[in-house]
Design a binder for this molecule. Structure first.
Ligand code: ZN
Length: 301
């Protein structure tokens, strides 16, 4: 059994992309919209999407006429998380990296995922969080696990009243998703509940303790985000950049980077333990069994 079998991955040759455009890029005045575009898979993030997101963000940063960046998802849900089961799951594929990291695909054992997730999850999230323009996540429906990471790297979050947030990876024996911002986004006891039980958290509850800036509805989400973005776009460009840096710096002083470094390694210890004990780095779970467990849990509540 080779490493790829252990990870229960489709081989490179088996990857079937349903679209060449997993991310759309649109500009409305001074606002760039970066739109996740895999609605038939609830915007599950494969690497094809991750690198397309990075390219779109780079484009928005390069364009001096763009002052604000909105991140949103096409379809019913913002994002169901990382792709762990669509035909376009492309964990075994090589990419031109954006960080100074080696290719992961020829690495043995735990080094394979460790190298890959350094780049596409932890590294990308940090890179996007520090973009020099204000970012707004427009969240509807599910914002799960890898979806949370994308919403959390944005400066502001507007969510519909039917949106929910969830990190269910404790079911896989993993202490939260790769970009561990839970202890900063949520009050500590709520963060423990959020990860330990892995339940859905309503947008309203998230709003009540400040993880969400504004509540909206499906009908008004885009208009509400537009109002906020257009207002931000009237402010001095450098002022917007300095303001977000100021608050990001305070988070760094509170230890955000070192906390997420530490937990990234726990996350990979968990992947490796799963791999050693069940020959599957996701604790024996897959997209189907995770969805079934989440559905059952939501029904039980
Ligand atoms: Zn992982």
């Amino acid at each position: 059994m080779n490493d790829l079998d252990r990870l229960v991955e489709p081989k490179k040759a088996d990857i079937v992309y349903e679209t060449d455009e997993p991310v759309r890029y649109e500009v409305d005045g001074a606002v760039a919209h970066v739109i996740m575009n895999r609605p038939q898979f609830n915007n599950a993030q494969n690497s094809q999407m991750t690198y397309a997101l990075d390219e779109a963000f780079q484009r928005a940063v390069n364009d001096d006429d763009v002052h604000v960046i909105v991140l949103r998802g096409e379809g019913k849900h913002f994002s169901a998380g990382h792709d762990i089961g669509t035909p376009g799951r492309d964990v075994a594929k090589s990419w031109d990296r954006k960080l100074l990291l080696p290719d992961h695909t020829n690495k043995p054992g735990a080094e394979f995922l460790y190298t890959r997730e350094h780049e596409v999850y932890l590294g990308m999230c940090r890179r996007w969080r520090d973009m020099p323009k204000p970012t707004i996540a427009a969240v509807q429906g599910a914002c799960i696990a890898g979806g949370l990471m994308l919403a959390w790297v944005c400066d502001l979050i507007v969510a519909t009243d039917d949106a929910f947030f969830q990190d269910p990876v404790n079911r896989m024996g993993i202490p939260g998703v790769e970009y561990f911002a839970h202890g900063f986004e949520l009050p500590p006891r709520i963060a423990k509940e959020f990860i330990l039980l892995g339940e859905r958290m309503s947008a309203e509850r998230a709003y009540n303790f400040g993880m969400v800036n504004r509540l909206s509805t499906r009908d008004t989400l885009l208009a509400d985000v537009k109002k906020m973005a257009d207002e931000l776009a009237t402010r001095p460009r450098l002022g917007n950049w300095l303001t977000k840096q100021a608050l990001n710096h305070v988070e760094e002083l509170r230890g955000k980077r070192s906390a997420s470094d530490a937990v990234f390694h726990m996350h990979h210890f968990a992947h490796a333990q799963s791999d050693l004990t069940s020959r599957n780095s996701l604790g024996g779970m897959d997209a189907k069994s995770m969805a079934a467990a989440n559905k059952k849990q939501a029904g039980d509540n």
